[in-house]
Write a protein that binds this ligand. Structure first.
Ligand code: FES
Length: 82
């Protein structure tokens, strides 16, 4: 039974939303009420880079929810207290 829905957990806001495989990460974040800073939207400036616990660093503007993970934890770097 393939996994079609992925639970995406955003930190440090601690918000979780359900996402579909193939859905763009910026869309998922927007639905979660999370604003990810963007610049070029082409994968070159890295303004939108986040750390995904299961995958490593990714640029949200060119990344979508991958198949094969029941959940993803996305960590935004923007919290200055870290
Ligand atoms: S907005 Fe520039 S890499 Fe994503």
């Amino acid at each position: 039974m393939p996994i079609l829905s992925v639970s995406v957990h955003f930190l440090p806001d601690n918000v979780t939303v359900e996402a579909q495989i193939g859905e763009g990460l910026l869309n998922v974040a927007e639905r979660a009420g999370i604003t990810i800073p963007t610049g070029c939207l082409m994968g070159s400036c890295h303004a939108c880079e986040v750390e995904i616990a299961e995958l490593g660093d990714r640029c949200c503007c060119i990344s979508s929810v991958p198949p094969g993970y029941p959940q993803l934890t996305i960590n935004l770097f923007s919290d200055p207290t870290w």
